[in-house]
Unconditional design. Structure first.
Length: 286
């Protein structure tokens, strides 16, 4: 019994001696550090290689390129007289540029080509009444929403009791004018397959064509429908209190850039917090 106790005591003394020399502690500490470093490197969200962000590029070059169609009131409109853009998202883009400390340069695009132009690096951000949806999120980064709306029919005031449902509109006798490449056309192609549909290249022309009887219906957003109905007494924005869909407007940037996307989201949070989006609503929509 005494011999077993003596052996145990001797083993303890030897272990303490090794610790004192640093041999065992160094080995243990090295092993622990190696495990910690490995865990850190493989942790979710760990950035192994810092890559340049488009945000840095924008700031370095001194201007941000903003893509827009110029045909979607009240968000973006290219005035043919002044050749200047105006609208809700034009003002928002200028505010974004000010916060970045850079100039803003507007780049013309179209609804059918917007995504391709963004991917081809023709602009840094797309704005101008862009609807948030998962289809766009597959190929770009779509921001949080800043304005809620829905799809509704813009019709003649004399027909305000005639087109109150999808079933009322989805008939071969109903003539629809729609702009190409955006969510208005997508809605028409999905839900109004029986109607007589004509694609009109310039979105700005469609309200007048409905008013003069060329078409019966324009499917558009509540915001745009109300604007045109207020401008032209011949027109009526139907179902604005109960639209066919529920959607939000957002902004679109190239996907895969965490730094740039984070800045955009923070900027939008601040725009809401400081009441700047509310100010734009009062100026352009209310």
């Amino acid at each position: 019994m005494f011999k077993k106790w003596k052996k145990a005591l001797l083993a303890g003394v030897i272990s303490l001696s090794l610790v004192g020399t640093g041999y065992v502690s160094h080995d243990l500490i090295s092993t622990q550090n190696a495990s910690a470093e490995s865990a850190s490197e493989n942790a979710p969200g760990h950035l192994k290689k810092a890559e340049a962000s488009q945000l840095d590029e924008i700031i370095e070059r001194g201007y941000i390129r903003v893509g827009m169609t110029g045909d979607y009131k009240p968000f973006t409109y290219l005035d043919p007289v002044t050749n200047e853009y105006e609208g809700y998202d034009v003002d928002a883009a200028k505010e974004l540029a000010r916060d970045l400390g850079v100039e803003v340069r507007f780049v013309a695009t179209t609804w059918p080509n917007m995504m391709k132009d963004l991917q081809a690096d023709k602009f840094d951000i797309a704005v101008g009444g862009i609807t948030r949806n998962t289809a766009r999120q597959k190929t770009a980064y779509v921001s949080q929403g800043y304005l809620s709306f829905g799809k509704v029919p813009l019709i003649r005031a004399e027909d305000k009791d005639k087109y109150l449902s999808i079933e009322d509109i989805n008939k071969p006798s109903v003539r629809i004018g729609v702009n190409p490449g955006g969510t208005n056309e997508a809605f028409v192609r999905q839900y109004l397959t029986n109607a007589n549909v004509t694609v009109v290249e310039n979105n700005l022309d469609i309200p007048g064509l409905v008013a003069d009887g060329t078409y019966d219906v324009m499917i558009t957003d509540t915001v745009e429908a109300i604007l045109y109905a207020n401008e032209d007494p011949r027109l009526y924005a139907a179902l604005t209190d109960d639209p066919f869909t529920n959607n939000e407007k957002g902004y679109m940037i190239p996907r895969g850039d965490f730094v740039y996307a984070s800045y955009l989201e923070m900027w939008m949070d601040e725009m809401k917090l400081q009441g700047k989006f509310d100010s734009l609503n009062k100026k352009w929509i209310e």
